[in-house]
Ligand binder design. Structure first.
Ligand SMILES: Nc1ncnc2c1ncn2[C@@H]1O[C@H](COP(=O)(O)OP(=O)(O)O)[C@@H](O)[C@H]1O
Ligand SMILES: [Mg+2]
Length: 343
């Protein structure tokens, strides 16, 4: 067959059936046809901003391997940056045909998104680790609910006082279960924020801002000593969550009144943030338990015991850790250590 008209007649039905963009190559590596030139308007997987396939052919052909690359069946990976900065990642599949070869171009996720997917997997693994605790934790309020309902049903005409007490108890237990489930749902979502480089002090300031707006730092003197060199790669929303939890815990320990000191320091490959409060500190016997999921010393309706467990998971996912670094009677001090720069 000769002439581009002839080739396009042959390729047209193939293009119409194929769900992906295709380049048809001749025995000598010339481009015989491209699916986005198809007369039937079929142009699957094409982005409006993208250059025509024929113009991208040189880029794709340069990625192929072999003595006669355009005729060697293979798979190759392509990454192209658009002028807008958008990264287009594609997988190329080359197969021999009667006229030479067919190169299929299949879009694949941006590695930055793939990283988000990896994060999601890591988060699911963390959740799995917490699930056993959840079952245990939810059993107590459910058992209480069950017995209150039994008691109320056993009374033919419960007194208003008993009814009031029963309903109040039901409300407390339902709230506890709701708190647990909300926190876990929140934790299970990594969000689609990509892992970006950011200053840890921005995450700290954002957390403080959220709490100021909620009026939770009203009587707390917050001092923050930033370090401009303390940048890291990761998910700023998640790292902010660490400081939200630490600040809320400190505020609660100080009963809403006292001093909160936050010092950021970068040293070599690590960033260390020390969060110290002027509360009562953590009792010596409890220090090893406070990071356990569901461990709380607060009244049932106030604490889920998930705050520090969630902080630990987020720190681990970012390649770091969180510790209680001192707990003198003058207050508790938590240290967040995260790798500087790298994810
Ligand atoms: N800054 C602090 N000062 C004293 N105790 C703390 C502090 N932060 C955490 N704790 C202790 O650790 C426990 C677990 O904290 P956390 O995991 O955030 O759960 P919760 O706040 O729901 O109790 C708290 O109940 C408290 O006993
Ligand atoms: Mg907490």
């Amino acid at each position: 067959m000769t002439g581009s008209q002839g080739w396009s007649d042959l390729f047209e039905p193939i293009y119409a059936a194929a769900p992906w963009p295709m380049l048809m190559l001749g025995e000598d590596g010339t481009v015989l046809g491209a699916s986005d030139e198809s007369g039937n308007g079929s142009n699957p997987g094409a982005s409006a901003a993208d250059a025509p396939l024929r113009e991208r052919a040189r880029h794709y052909l340069a990625l192929l391997r072999g003595d006669v690359p355009w005729l060697t069946p293979q798979q190759a990976e392509s990454e192209r940056a658009q002028p807008s900065g958008e990264l287009i990642c594609e997988r190329l599949h080359l197969r021999r045909t009667a006229w030479g070869a067919c190169l299929t171009i299949i879009a694949r996720p941006d590695p930055r998104q793939a990283q988000a997917a990896d994060l999601q997997t890591a988060r699911l693994a963390s959740l799995g680790f917490m699930v056993a605790g959840v079952c245990h934790e939810v059993t107590n309020p459910l058992t209480s609910l069950h017995s209150i309902v039994q008691i109320l049903r056993a009374e033919k005409q419960p007194s208003p006082a008993l009814l009031d007490k029963g309903l109040a108890n039901i409300a407390v237990n339902v709230k506890r279960i709701l708190d647990i489930s909300r926190r876990l749902v929140q934790f299970s979502r990594v969000g689609d924020e990509p892992r970006l480089r950011f200053a840890i002090d921005d995450a700290i300031e954002e957390a403080a801002h959220v709490l100021r707006q909620q009026g939770r730092l009203q009587d707390i003197e917050l001092q923050h000593q930033p370090d401009l060199a303390a940048t890291l790669s990761g998910n700023i929303g998640q790292v902010r969550e660490i400081f939200l939890n630490l600040f809320v815990n400190a505020a609660e320990a100080m009963a809403g009144r006292g001093r909160l000191n936050v010092v950021t320091r970068s040293a070599g490959a690590w960033i260390e943030v020390r969060v110290s409060d002027s509360g009562p500190g953590v009792a010596a016997g409890l220090a090893s338990r406070i990071f356990e999921p569901f461990f709380t010393t607060r009244a049932a309706q106030l604490g889920t015991g998930l705050g520090l467990a969630i902080c630990t998971e987020i720190a681990l996912e970012h390649g770091g850790r969180i510790e209680l670094c001192s707990s003198a009677p003058g207050g508790a001090s938590f240290c967040v250590t995260l790798p500087r720069g790298a994810a």
